[in-house]
Design a protein around this ligand. Structure first.
Ligand code: EPU
Length: 427
């Protein structure tokens, strides 16, 4: 069993460069389906979720050349299948992002129904309702969704009940090829959506308002391939900022390769917690917080506090000088990591979607299990300040979204390694 072992107490210094944003790269890869030919994506993170999306595209007939570790040349000219199969969708829900582009280019898609995941039920009803409004007919059988728009997609106004990231993206990617104009009302505003709209516009789409609650898309007849650079990963950056706030030496650490305005609310809350954050070119410099003040936080769609930073922030709150409440509004099951942090000495009580956190003086290293991607990364970060050794298992979750996480931490001076823990003889 692979684990990440952390010896706590080592000061961090120097600089870390974050990779391209997972949640941008996955959708940009799906969007290449809209433009027959070779689209080159740069600054693509080398993580397992990207590998899964690569497999999804290849099963459809795309070819992918790995130009270098972070550049992919994706040729979608020969795509002749419209299916995202269950084995891949079960591995990664974001595979459903191919539905919009397949409908846009071919007028049909067959997508395995995603089912639940370790963050909760995670339905895709809003994707379906929105696409139905554009003229798509849906049918389900044997665990698959069959989407058909052979009569053509027709632009209309779609009002989303909730500013869903995935629904906004699928709708944009279908609507770029619809007849007429589509308006998405209450659209999600995440920076990854702006990145997607920027690439589609470079391909010849006519999208305006991305990054605001009202996105307008005028359909076009064709899109052409381009070369596009993925934005830096704000959540990876936020994770390293938490590490710096806990363990940076006197000079602080520099976290670069991302746009600090993409972390606006996170940086604001961290500053309220007493963390010294300086904006520098291409990122931020963060210094260790001598004393962390308790601050209440609730997760919300962008520009609110991101759910993807909730676990890492709870590590800070758990060491604050007082009590705080973190409210999770986006996912129904995203506190699983809290009980692992309690094993390290944190004092956290969960009631429904609220976590009541009473700050403790320190953590003590323990064996813990990564429950999901962000929770796993947060446990490794907690290990950096814990007394003794922390061993985090189920690290395949971390590999989904953090490129070279261990070596980047080692580069900052942390004492972290990947290791194999023998399974118990009782297993
Ligand atoms: N929802 C529905 N119906 C829908 C769509 C969403 O009920 O049709 C619910 C979901 O169940 C969830 C909430 O709405 O409770 C938010 O879902 P959203 O569609 O906004 O999220 P997503 O597209 O499934 C993306 C990221 C997540 C990130 C969220 C919120 C990708 C691949 N995933 O998910 O990233 O937490 O937006 O910002 O882009 C992560 O990176 O660790 C991660 C989970």
């Amino acid at each position: 069993m692979d684990i990440i072992r952390v010896e706590g107490g080592h000061e961090l210094n120097g600089s870390v460069h974050v990779s391209g944003a997972k949640n941008s790269a996955l959708k940009l890869m799906a969007a290449t389906l809209l433009a027959p030919g070779v689209t080159t994506l740069e600054n693509v993170p080398n993580i397992s979720d990207v590998h899964v999306m690569g497999k999804v595209l290849k099963r459809m007939g795309a070819t992918i050349e790995v130009v270098d570790e972070h550049s992919l040349a994706i040729d979608t000219s020969a795509v002749d299948s419209w299916e995202a199969p269950y084995d891949l969708v079960a591995k990664m829900r974001a595979s459903t992002a191919v539905m919009g582009p397949l409908l846009g280019r071919f007028g049909k898609a067959k997508i395995a129904m995603p089912g639940g995941c370790n963050l909760g039920a995670r339905k895709i009803d809003m994707h379906i309702l929105g696409l139905e409004a554009l003229g798509v007919h849906f049918d389900t059988d044997h665990g698959y969704i069959h989407a058909d728009a052979s009569d053509g997609l027709v632009g209309t106004t779609v009002t989303l009940e909730f500013a869903s990231v995935g629904a906004t993206e699928n709708l944009i990617m279908a609507a770029v090829r619809a007849r007429g104009t589509t308006v998405i009302d209450n659209a999600a505003r995440e920076p990854e959506i702006v990145d997607l709209a920027n690439m589609l516009n470079e391909m010849g789409a006519k999208i305006s308002g991305a990054g605001t609650p009202v996105v307008q898309i005028e359909g076009v007849d064709e899109l052409h391939p381009v070369t596009h650079r993925v934005i830096g990963d704000r959540i990876e950056a936020g994770t390293f900022i938490v590490a710096g706030a806990l363990m940076a030496g006197d000079e602080g650490i520099d976290v670069v390769g991302f746009n600090s305005s993409h972390l606006g609310m996170v940086l604001k809350k961290f500053e309220l917690m007493g963390i010294d954050i300086e904006r520098i070119v291409g990122g931020v410099r963060v210094r260790r917080a001598e004393r962390i003040r308790p601050v209440d936080i609730q997760t919300l769609p962008f520009p609110g506090f991101p759910t993807d930073m909730q676990a890492q922030t709870m590590v800070l709150s758990a060491l604050a000088d007082g009590s705080s409440v973190i409210t999770e509004n986006i996912f129904e099951n995203r506190f699983m990591f809290a009980s692992e942090l309690v094993r390290m000495g944190a004092d956290i009580r969960i009631e429904s979607h609220h976590a009541m956190i009473h700050g403790v003086k320190g953590f003590s290293g323990a064996q813990v299990v990564s429950p999901d991607l962000r929770g796993g990364a947060a446990l490794v970060v907690a290990g950096l300040i814990a007394d003794g050794y922390t061993e985090v298992s189920a690290i395949h979750h971390i590999d989904r979204g953090y490129e070279h996480f261990v070596s980047k931490l080692v580069g900052l001076g942390a004492c972290v390694e990947r290791a194999t823990r023998p399974d118990s003889i009782d297993d």
